[in-house]
Write a protein that binds this ligand. Structure first.
Ligand SMILES: Cc1ncc(COP(=O)(O)O)c(C=O)c1O
Length: 393
C-alpha cells in the first residue's frame, strides 16, 4: 500500500532511540535488579490533591466535549500566571491548551513551517525534536552546543547557519539533556538575531520550575519587543509530576493562536474538561512538588559529580536545572551507545547514549537524576567500576 512521505520521514525518529531503555525494562520484567537512569519521569507521584480535583470534576460531569483553545478556567489561569510573571498583559487570546509540550511543539511547528523551511535547533536536543520538525517537512539545522560554553547556544554559531529558508529558532531552556539555562542577556542577543532575520523564537520551558539554587530562569516572553514573534510552551508534566495527564499549553501572539486554532481543533477537537480543571488548580497555586524535586535532583547531580569526577576515563558536567547529568566517556574510546550497552549488560545500570540526542553528544551518556540518593550512589559505584574495566582493557 502507499503511505504519505511523512511516515518515511519519521520512520527512524521514534522509539529506536530509546532501545536501551526498552532493554532495561525487559530485564527488569525478567527479574533483574536494574538501576534505571534513562527517562525523565518525576521521582514522586502526582499530588493527591490534584488527582482529587480531576476525580471530583469527573464525578461532577466534566466529561463532555470542550473546545479547541481550552476551558475558560484554565486559559484564564494561564493568562493570569503569565501576566504576573512577565509583567505585561496576556489574555485567553494568547493561549492554546494542548496535551503536553510535545503536542504543542508539533502544533507550533506545523503552524510556522512547511516543506524545506529550516529550523535552527541546538544539538544535542530532546530526542523528539527531530520528529516534530520533520513532521511538517521542515529541516533541522543543528547548532552545536559546546561543553566549553556550558552547552549554551552561541549567537555566532546560529548566525553562521542562517539562510533564506530559516524560519524558526527553537530554544529549550532549561535544556534537556544538558541542564543549561539561558540568561536574559543571552536571550536578548538571540532575540536581536531573530528580529534581524525575521525568525520565530519558539521556547520549550517544560523544566522552568526545576532550576537549581544559584541559577535564575529567564523567558524570551519577557522581551516585549519580540512579543509578535515569540511562542513559549510548557506543561504540568514535570512541574507537578503529572506527565500521564498530558496537559500543556502554548502562549504567544493572538494572531498565532487564531491561525493555529483550526489545526488544534482538527487534531483534537478539544481536551478533557476534568483535566483542564485539574490543570487550573495546579497552576493557580505554587506546585507542592517542584521545590522538593529540584532540591533532590540538584543533590543527586552533585553526588554523581563528586563520585565520578576523579574516575579515569570519565568527565562529569554540572547541570543547572532539570532531571539529568551528562558524563563524557570519550576517553574510554567507546561510543555512548557501546558504553551504555556494556554498562547495562555487566553492571545492570541503564543510561541513555548521548547519540540519541544528537551528533554533538557522541561519546557521552545521560544519567537521569530520578532515582533515590542511595540508588544513585550505587549507580555511581557501578559506573566507576565499568569505566575502570574499560580503561584497564
Ligand atoms: C525538553 C522536553 N520537551 C518536552 C518534553 C515533553 O513534555 P510533555 O510531557 O509536556 O509533553 C520533554 C519530556 O521529557 C522534554 O524533556
Amino acid at each position: 500500500m502507499r503511505y504519505a512521505a511523512v511516515t518515511d520521514r519519521l520512520a527512524t525518529m521514534g522509539g529506536a532511540r530509546w532501545d536501551i531503555h526498552a532493554r532495561a525494562r525487559a530485564l527488569r520484567a525478567a527479574g533483574e535488579a536494574v538501576i534505571e537512569l534513562t527517562i525523565g519521569e518525576p521521582d514522586v507521584p502526582t499530588p493527591d490533591a490534584l488527582i482529587d480535583v480531576a476525580h471530583a470534576a469527573m464525578r461532577a460531569g466534566r466529561t463532555g466535549y470542550s473546545n479547541g483553545r481550552g476551558e475558560p478556567g484554565v486559559t484564564d489561569a494561564l493568562a493570569a500566571r503569565y501576566s504576573a510573571r512577565i509583567g505585561r498583559p496576556f489574555g485567553r487570546e494568547n493561549i492554546l491548551c494542548l496535551p503536553g509540550t510535545q503536542t504543542a511543539l508539533y502544533l507550533i511547528l506545523m503552524s510556522l513551517t512547511g516543506g524545506g523551511d529550516e529550523v535552527l535547533v541546538g544539538d544535542p536536543a530532546y530526542a523528539t525534536y527531530d520528529g516534530v520538525i520533520a513532521a511538517s517537512g521542515a529541516v533541522s539545522v543543528p547548532v552545536p552546543l559546546r561543553p566549553e560554553h556550558g552547552f549554551h547556544i552561541q549567537s555566532d554559531d546560529i548566525a553562521a547557519r542562517i539562510t533564506s529558508r530559516s524560519r524558526v529558532l527553537l530554544l529549550n531552556s532549561p535544556h534537556n539533556p544538558t541542564g543549561a539555562v539561558l540568561s536574559m542577556a543571552e536571550l536578548a542577543i538571540l532575540g536581536q538575531l531573530a528580529e534581524r532575520h525575521d525568525l520565530w523564537l519558539v521556547a520549550d520551558e517544560v523544566y522552568e520550575d526545576l532550576v537549581y539554587p544559584g541559577t535564575g530562569f529567564a523567558s524570551p516572553l519577557s522581551l516585549s519587543n519580540l512579543a509578535d514573534r515569540t511562542i513559549v510552551t510548557s506543561s504540568i508534566s514535570k512541574s507537578h509530576a503529572a506527565p500521564g495527564f498530558r496537559s500543556g499549553w502554548c502562549v504567544g501572539p493572538a494572531e498565532f493562536c487564531t491561525r493555529a486554532l483550526p489545526l488544534s481543533e482538527t487534531m483534537l477537537f478539544g481536551s478533557q474538561p476534568f483535566i483542564a480543571d485539574m490543570t487550573e488548580a495546579a497552576i493557580r497555586a505554587p506546585s507542592p512538588v517542584a521545590a522538593g524535586m529540584t532540591e533532590r535532583m540538584a543533590r543527586r547531580a552533585a553526588l554523581l559529580r563528586d563520585r565520578l569526577q576523579d574516575v579515569a576515563g570519565l568527565a562529569v558536567s554540572q547541570p543547572r536545572a532539570g532531571m539529568f547529568s551528562l558524563v563524557d566517556i570519550r576517553a574510554t574510546g567507546l561510543s555512548g551507545r557501546d558504553f551504555a550497552l556494556g554498562l547495562l549488560d555487566t553492571e545492570k545500570v541503564a543510561v541513555m547514549p548521548g547519540e540519541s540526542f544528537g551528533a554533538s553528544l557522541a561519546g557521552w551518556v545521560r544519567l537521569a537524576l530520578t532515582q533515590p540518593d542511595d540508588m544513585t550512589a550505587e549507580a555511581a559505584v557501578r559506573i566507576a567500576r565499568h569505566a575502570a574495566r574499560l580503561t584497564r582493557a
